[in-house]
Design a protein around this ligand. Structure first.
Ligand SMILES: *[C@@H]1O[C@H](CO)[C@@H](O)[C@H](O)[C@H]1NC(C)=O
Length: 434
């Protein structure tokens, strides 16, 4: 009964994080752990998948009689069958997860041969699906719960059809290096194009336009590192290719993008050459928060989907992200308000109406961008089947690309500045519309 309850409580939390699906070779140290269920990692297998499990330094908090060793062991389980296993436990059809026929037993501790402190198995996993590697401890006597200590190395990979090479990226992620590289090429082209625009319109270029160029270049470099990082994981199962570079560029890109949205929102450098006190305060809030968000992201990435404190860091990241997203909207709202007031007082209605329309559009586009990349992408990740996980990445990158292009197009340096070239007729029409 206790087992059932604990499992029912812990697994929804685990499942809610499941979409992270990292897939490197993982080393996990289990120390005096009495949990009935210990999840390790998850992976989308194709029909030529393998699980390599090496466990060493196994020790128990008290000696376990041989007859009970079968109640300890590793198994693979899909999300769907996990719910059925829980039902079986609830209906008392089985008393231990390992007795269910819906799971795939990888190794139970009654299979030891000789040495009882190490396990080395290669488990061929030929049913293509997303599986979670879990350890079950069914010796949950309330007076004397068994605590385990062990070092677990788990490597899950698919074998490539023709070459037979190992692919450590989960089935839905194996195309990611190529996708990131493709987007890198697109941003590279964009940076080139923007450079060309800046050169052609060099007489009307403001500082903000160079800032935009820097943001596009950083975004491109970030994608290049992500492509290399993912391709390194794919080949070796280890995340230490260009990951440090990737984190650095993500960090810079995050800060610069939010700063850019704030600067455009305030109208800096093309409406006015200075920042007001409250606008500076927004920047001073957003930048440190981005630092925190990036640290949280690194911790989440490095520890895998079931690492300790994973949930706490994930929440920190979400919270900080939401605060940043709200903060960047303030300057745009202030600008809209200022423009509306200015239009009433100084009589340049048409000029201000144009600016106002531009800022209103920008406000809506920023909201859509934030909503899409946070909420829609998350929903996509949750509902798509494990082997189409890359679609959510493509959706997020396309939305980001559209946002960059919109921003560049709307705030392009203009040879004929539209803000000042307006005749009297338009002026009157605008005054009426305001
Ligand atoms: C893990 O176990 C497998 C199967 O026995 C073995 O081939 C492999 O070399 C082991 N790996 C390590 C790092 O011990």
């Amino acid at each position: 009964m206790t087992i059932t309850r604990t499992c029912t409580l812990s697994f929804p939390v685990i499942l809610s994080l499941a979409s992270l699906a990292a897939a490197e070779i993982r080393f996990t140290e289990v120390r005096s752990d009495g949990r009935p269920i210990i999840p390790f990692d998850e992976f989308g297998f194709t029909h030529s998948g393998r699980l390599e499990l090496n466990v060493s330094h196994i020790s128990f908090s008290f000696a376990v009689p041989d007859s009970k060793l079968g109640k300890l062991g590793f198994f693979l389980c899909t999300r769907d069958s996990w719910f059925q296993v829980l039902k079986q436990l609830e209906d008392a059809e089985i008393s231990c997860t390992l007795q269910s026929d819906l799971i795939k037993k990888v190794f139970t501790f009654d299979k030891f041969q000789g040495d009882r402190s190490t396990v080395n198995v290669v488990f061929p996993q030929i049913d293509s699906d997303q599986y979670t590697l879990v350890f079950a401890n069914c010796l949950q006597n309330p007076q004397q719960p068994l605590e385990l200590t062990m070092d677990v190395r788990s490597a899950m990979y698919n074998l490539d059809g023709k070459s037979g090479r190992r692919d450590y990226l989960s089935a839905g992620r194996t195309v990611l290096p190529r996708i990131y590289f493709l987007f890198f090429l697109i941003y590279f082209a964009l940076a080139f194009l923007w450079n060309h625009v800046l050169y052609k319109k060099r007489l009307t270029v403001y500082k903000i336009h160079f800032f935009m160029l820097a943001v596009v270049i950083l975004k491109g470099l970030n994608l290049l590192c992500e492509a290399e990082d993912k391709s390194y994981i794919k080949r070796t199962g280890s995340a230490h290719g260009w990951d440090v570079l990737f984190y650095i560029f993500s960090f810079l890109k995050g800060i610069m993008l939010f700063t850019l949205i704030v600067l455009i929102g305030t109208g800096w450098s093309f409406l006015k050459p200075y920042l007001q006190g409250k606008e500076k305060k927004v920047l001073m809030t957003v930048i440190p928060l981005q630092v925190v968000a990036n640290i949280a992201q690194v911790v989440v990435d490095e520890n895998g989907p079931f690492g300790q404190d994973e949930i706490a860091w994930k929440q920190v990241f979400l919270l900080v992200d939401v605060v940043c997203c709200c903060a960047v909207l303030f300057p745009i709202v202030w600008s809209i308000k200022n423009l509306r007031e200015a239009a009433r007082t100084n009589g340049k209605a048409a000029v201000n109406l144009m600016k106002l329309t531009l800022f209103r559009q920008y406000y809506i586009v920023v909201i859509c961008y934030i909503y899409f990349t946070r909420v829609v992408v998350f929903a996509l990740e949750t509902i798509t089947s494990y082997n189409y996980l890359w679609t959510s990445v493509v959706a997020a990158e396309l939305a980001t690309l559209a946002f960059y292009i919109f921003t560049g197009y709307k705030f392009m340096p203009e040879a004929q500045n539209p803000y000042f070239a307006i005749d009297d007729e338009e002026e009157e029409a605008a005054a009426l519309r305001l």
